[in-house]
Design a protein around this ligand. Structure first.
Ligand code: CMC
Length: 427
């Protein structure tokens, strides 16, 4: 028998198995807790709860480690490509050369969207936030691709996963084009996944689009950095939506909605807006004081993380990528200097040190994305595009798990106890 955990409450005692992963903290298996004791656990925000078993991504927040299928994020960002990381996340192993060629081919053959779907955009206001458009259009995919929504069929799951990964750049670029009033561009399958996305976003039908290799590489790296991050809020949302048997397009739309929030995917937009508000380094101390003031809702956006209590390894890659992009594009963005100084001042401040608040992936990404030419409203869309691969990989893992159940948390009820209805005229 493996390790056991004992719980004593009042006159009750119960034993629970302690389960071990391949690495990382053990978990106490409390699935029988309610049946055995009549009690629930209470864990708002799931700060101590492992909601599922997964073999995709491992994070050691204390050490600042992030692994996809065992491979460190730094190595993947340095040497791999977003398509290769997508294959890895979906299939568990790095592809052979033939498998890579086949995967690239398959994804490129799904890049177009149903022509009628493009009509959808016209129903939105031009000033709509592109994440609002993404929620709507991605959800609408389930109205177009009925031939891949039978979640019990592995082949349907495979095709819908490929469709989602392949169509997301087309849908995201169209959201941008619609907002600025330019015509949509069809995909060009002779380009890389990322090159095709940049062309659909920044190209125009009137002339050839010139792809900048450094920008293509940086964008691809940003996609790698956002590909998956274990059971974060949006991924948990996708899993919860999927646990009821909902189709994958609807589940990913749910993930997009969750990602939009400023505490999650919206933080990259908020971080750049904050840097713009701070402006010059002389204003930093004022904002640091505001971030520390309990009565002020202001927080340093791009700082702090639920899991990382050390430097976010993605932020390290992001910081070096900022330099590469600014140099390649010959852009001199004074906000980069402000960001570097803000980071240094915060890291040397007791408040941030004690609470273990470090820069996260979003702290520097906005500077790169803005140098490439994206408006801030598109930042979270790019996150959604990249995270789609993690979402579909996690969704597939959940559906294939024979022990999978509908997600149904319980609660600590604090409302009124039963009472009798009083007719309106007697109140
Ligand atoms: N600035 C100032 N104080 C902060 C910050 C911050 N950015 N983040 C956390 N704190 C304080 C917080 O006030 C709390 O203080 P106290 O213990 O005195 O009440 C303490 O640190 C712990 O914070 P928490 O909110 O309980 O921690 P959490 O794990 O629930 O929240 C977080 C994590 C990411 C939501 C939070 O750090 C935050 O709001 N950061 C800014 C938003 C941001 O950059 N989000 C992107 C996350 S990375 C991308 C992604 O995965 O989506």
């Amino acid at each position: 028998m493996g390790d056991q955990a004992k719980l004593s409450a009042g006159d009750q005692t119960a034993d629970f198995a302690v389960l071990k992963g391949s690495v990382g903290p053990d978990v106490v298996d409390i699935r029988k807790l309610y049946a055995d004791t009549g009690m629930f656990t209470f864990d708002p925000g799931f700060t101590s709860t492992a909601s599922c078993e997964s073999a995709l991504t491992y994070i050691d927040g204390e050490e600042g480690v992030l692994l996809h299928r065992g491979y460190p994020i730094g190595q993947l960002a340095e040497s791999s490509s977003f398509m290769e990381v997508s294959y890895l996340l979906l299939n568990g192993e790095l592809p052979s050369q033939q498998e890579m060629t086949d995967f690239n081919y398959t994804i490129s053959r799904h890049t177009m969207v149903h022509e009628q779907l493009l009509q959808f955009y016209k129903g939105f206001r031009r000033d709509a936030h592109p994440m609002a458009v993404m929620c709507g259009v991605v959800g609408a995919l389930s109205a177009f691709y009925h031939d891949s929504t039978d979640i019990s069929d592995p082949e349907h799951r495979r095709i819908s996963s490929h469709r989602l990964i392949a169509k997301m750049p087309t849908i995201a670029a169209a959201a941008y084009k619609f907002a600025i009033g330019q015509p949509f561009l069809y995909p060009d399958n002779s380009l890389s996944y990322t090159g095709n996305f940049l062309r659909m976003t920044f190209g125009v039908p009137a002339e050839e689009y010139e792809l900048h290799p450094a920008v293509e590489r940086a964008m691809d790296r940003i996609f790698i950095l956002h590909a998956d991050h274990e059971q974060n809020a949006s991924t948990s949302t996708v899993r919860l939506a999927g646990s009821s048997g909902a189709n994958p397009f609807a589940c990913i739309a749910a993930g997009i909605a969750c990602l939009w929030g400023p505490a999650h995917g919206g933080a990259n937009e908020a971080a750049l807006n904050m840097l713009r508000e701070i402006g010059t380094p002389d204003k930093i101390p004022h904002y640091i004081e505001r971030a520390k003031d309990k009565d002020d809702p202001f927080r340093l956006m791009g700082f702090g993380h639920r899991v990382y209590k050390n430097y976010d390894p993605r932020a390290t890659v992001m910081q070096s990528t900022v330099r590469e992009v600014l140099d390649a594009l010959k852009v001199d963005d004074p906000l980069f200097e402000t960001a570097l100084q803000l980071e240094e001042i915060a890291l040397n401040d007791d408040y941030f040190a004690e609470k273990k608040l470090f820069p996260n992936v979003d702290f520097y990404s906005g500077i790169i994305l803005s140098a490439i030419g994206f408006p801030t409203t598109m930042f979270t869309v790019l996150f959604a595009l990249a995270r789609t691969v993690g979402w579909v990989a996690q969704w597939n893992e959940m559906i294939s798990d024979p022990g999978q159940k509908i997600g149904r948390p319980r609660q600590l009820y604090t409302g009124p106890v039963q009472r009798d209805y009083v007719p309106l005229e007697k109140r």
